[in-house]
Structures are given as structure tokens and as C-alpha cells.
Design a protein around this ligand. Structure first.
Ligand SMILES: [Zn+2]
Length: 436
């Protein structure tokens, strides 16, 4: 096989790639609640079965949101090659966020216009799944007997944490080292960018507790809201400036994500005004709750991230008698960063340059995606995100993907997979000589 033959085959499948993207968009796999996963998974599975893949449908029973009405169905397709070799797994999430307001095109029609496919999920990330399907199809058609093993999965719930999707498959052992060697996730990072990983995430609920008292005599109670005020002031004057100074070697985009960050997600204090007239219960608030979203860097440790919040809470407690605090972890995933020298990165770099005529750029994501579920395997599993579409399109009205980008990324994916499984490339020039 020559690169040119592979790329010509993909060019010939341009319309099929557009149609596959549009077909996938027409499954309104909106999450929440997690609708239409099964027909979307079956569409992918049937296409892969037609290419000689063994196909499994795996329901994440008991995952958040799973039930008979909205079963968390994942599809995993596997095709063992003619000779032993590495296993390459391409994973895409089949769920999309709700359409929301502000669309000028129908969000689930798969409209094709102006060189683009339009609709919810075209960029994030059904275009990427379609590009991967066409890439594998072309590779199988022109590659002859292939070494190694090809895998493609379409998974649920990435937009809600991935516990019913990649998280579930990882727990079942599908990504265990020795079973899979390289993982590609065609998220919409752009056709010339390789995403090595993402920052860590820690969601926590902090509760300040005080002592209830009559609102007319606040001196008899201990206000949890005032205690929270002290805590917020310490975050503002001490922790946030410190985090802004703490930068990472990870190539995070946008630039602001090169530092550790903290978002104050929500704040609830005192009793709600449930009275019809909106009048308050005249009480000193004995509880105030804050949800934190801390994004941390490979240079930090989960213990230090937690400890610097605890230290501030202890100072708040020491300042006022009767105040206390407690903390509850809501979610935590470490940062992941695949070695920029890993074969999967080198192969992508090579083929991006060849297909697009410009060097690739390495980036890291400010937020987590399904790669986080593979972090448990440490450096044993090389995983990157690479796919068509523009991240800024994700979750926006009038989401779309450029057809040229779909085609380019399918070429890059096909050639990268071929290189990773150990295809013996014949140089284009040699073939021309051989046939003349
Ligand atoms: Zn996505």
C-alpha cells in the first residue's frame, strides 16, 4: 500500500463521509437524558460488522442515568488482523449536549451546505466518528492483509462524565495494557493539532457550619455566611493569585489554561425564602455551602491541591468561635499527558505534515474528556485526541464541521493507524517505478 492509494480511496469516499456524519447527527443522542444511544450505536456497529469487525453492544447497567428508558449502550467493534501486531483503538462519544437556543438551521437534520455539515454534534464529535469509520473502511479496502488489531468504539455519556461510557469499558478491562497499545479520540481539536491530555479536575463541596440564632439577635448565633465570606476573601486575596502564578509545562490552550485555576461553581447559604411573599425566616444561617471546581496541573499533587484549601478553612475556623467546616469530594481525576515522543504522537505529526503540508501543533485541553478514564493506566497506554472540527464550535448554536476537514482528518487517521499497526508502506515513487 502507498499513502497515495490510501488517500485517493478516502477522497473517493468524500460523499460517504458527509453522509455518515449527517446520518449520525440525525440520531438525537442528547445527554442528559441520554436519548437514542441504542439506534446510534447499532448504526455504527452494523457498518463495522460489514467490514469484518466483531461487534459487541455493552450496556453500562447501573451507571448514572441508566435505565430501561435511557439505557447506556456502548458499541465496541474489533477486527483482528492477518498477523500479530499492536492494537489501535479509536474511541468517540456518541452523546451530544442539548441543542439549546439560537439556531438558524435545524439541529438534528444533518444539513449539508456551503461545504459544511451542520447540526448538533457535527464537530463534537460525530464528524470525528464518521472520519474514523471511513478511515478504517478505506484502510481495510486498500491495505490488503493487515497486521495488528483495529478497534472502534462509540460510547455513551462523555458529556456527563463518561462513567456509563469509556469509564465503564475501562473498568471491564477493555483498555488494559497488553490489550490495547494506542488510543485515538477524534474530539474536535482541529486537523493540525494533537492533544496530549488535559489538566486534572477536583470538584468539592465545602460547607461552613455555624450556630442558628434569632435574626433579631445575631450576636447569639454564629453566622455560617459570614464564615464563608471570610473563606471567599482568603480565596480572593491568597489562593487565586497564587494559582495564577503556577504555570505548567503542558501545552494547554487557550493560554489562560496554562495556569492552575479555581472556579466558584455555586453558593448556597441559609434557609431559602419559601414563603409566598418571599419573606425570610428570621434566622442566623447555620450552614453555607460552596462548590469548587479546581483544575490542577501535572506539576501539582492531589494532596497539595486539597491541603491548600484545608489550610484556609482552618484559618476561617480559628477566627470565630463556633464555626466549623466540612468538605466532600464530588469528583476527582488526575491530569493526563501522553509522552510527546510516543509513537502515536510521532505518527500523527508525520501524517498531519504530509496531508496538510504544515507541521502539527501539540496542545492540551483545559477540561477533561474521556482520556481521564484511561489515566488509571498511567504511562502504559498512549492516548491522544485528534479530530476534525473546531473546539469553539462545540456546544454552540449552528454547530458545523468543514467537509475538507473531515476528509483531511480521515486521511491522517487512516495513515496513522496503518503506521501504528505496522503496515509496510511502499513509497509512492517506488510504486510508480514498479508499474512503469
Ligand atoms: Zn466531545
Amino acid at each position: 500500500m502507498t499513502p497515495s492509494r490510501l488517500f485517493e480511496r478516502i477522497e473517493a469516499k468524500r460523499d460517504a463521509l458527509v453522509a455518515t456524519t449527517a446520518d449520525l447527527v440525525r440520531f438525537a443522542t442528547v445527554n442528559p437524558p441520554g436519548a437514542d444511544y441504542e439506534p446510534c450505536a447499532r448504526y455504527i456497529g452494523e457498518r463495522m460488522a460489514g467490514l469484518g469487525f466483531a461487534v459487541d453492544y455493552i450496556r453500562a447497567k447501573g451507571a448514572p442515568g441508566d435505565g430501561d428508558r435511557h439505557p447506556r449502550i456502548n458499541v465496541v467493534a474489533r477486527r483482528a488482523g492477518a498477523a500479530p501486531g499492536p492494537t489501535v483503538h479509536i474511541n468517540g462519544h456518541i452523546d451530544v449536549v442539548a441543542a439549546g437556543e439560537g439556531w438558524t438551521v435545524p439541529p438534528f437534520a444533518g444539513l449539508v451546505r456551503d461545504g459544511r455539515v451542520w447540526g448538533r454534534g457535527t464537530a463534537d464529535m460525530k464528524g470525528g466518528i464518521a472520519a474514523a469509520m471511513i478511515a478504517l473502511e478505506a484502510l481495510i479496502e486498500v491495505g490488503g492483509p493487515l497486521p495488528g488489531t483495529l478497534e472502534l468504539s462509540g460510547t455513551a455519556d462523555e458529556e456527563s462524565g463518561g462513567f456509563g461510557g469509556v469509564g465503564h469499558l475501562a473498568r471491564l478491562g477493555l483498555f488494559d495494557p497488553g490489550r490495547v497499545d494506542h488510543v485515538l479520540i477524534p474530539e474536535p481539536l482541529g486537523v493540525d493539532r494533537v492533544c496530549l491530555g488535559h489538566r486534572g479536575v477536583w470538584w468539592a463541596e465545602v460547607e461552613i457550619t455555624g450556630r442558628i440564632g434569632h435574626g433579631s439577635m445575631p450576636f447569639l448565633g454564629v453566622s455560617a455566611i459570614r464564615g464563608m465570606g471570610d473563606f471567599l476573601a482568603l480565596l480572593e486575596t491568597e489562593l487565586l493569585p497564587r494559582l495564577a502564578e503556577r504555570t505548567t509545562r503542558m501545552p494547554c490552550v487557550p493560554e489562560g489554561a496554562r495556569a492552575a485555576t479555581l472556579n466558584l461553581n455555586s453558593l448556597h447559604g441559609g434557609l431559602a425564602e419559601t414563603d409566598d411573599a418571599g419573606l425570610p425566616a428570621p434566622l442566623v444561617a447555620d450552614r453555607c455551602r460552596l462548590v469548587l471546581d479546581r483544575r490542577w496541573l501535572v506539576e501539582e499533587s492531589p494532596d497539595s491541591v486539597r491541603a491548600e484549601v484545608v489550610e484556609l478553612l482552618e484559618r476561617v475556623k480559628a477566627k470565630r468561635a463556633g464555626l466549623d467546616w466540612r468538605m466532600r469530594d464530588l469528583m476527582s481525576f488526575p491530569p493526563t499527558m501522553t509522552d510527546p515522543e510516543a509513537p502515536v504522537v510521532a505518527a500523527l505529526d508525520h501524517w498531519i505534515h504530509r496531508v496538510l503540508g504544515r507541521p502539527s501543533r501539540h496542545v492540551a485541553s483545559p477540561g477533561t474528556y474521556d482520556q481521564k478514564h484511561l489515566a488509571r493506566f498511567g504511562g502504559a497506554l498512549a492516548c491522544v485526541a485528534y479530530g476534525p472540527g473546531d473546539l469553539e464550535q462545540a456546544h454552540q448554536p449552528d454547530e458545523h464541521v468543514e467537509i475538507d476537514d473531515l476528509v483531511a482528518s480521515a486521511k491522517v487517521l487512516a495513515a496513522t493507524v496503518a503506521t501504528l499497526i505496522g503496515v509496510d508502506w511502499t513509497a509512492d515513487a517506488e510504486t510508480r517505478e514498479g508499474t512503469s
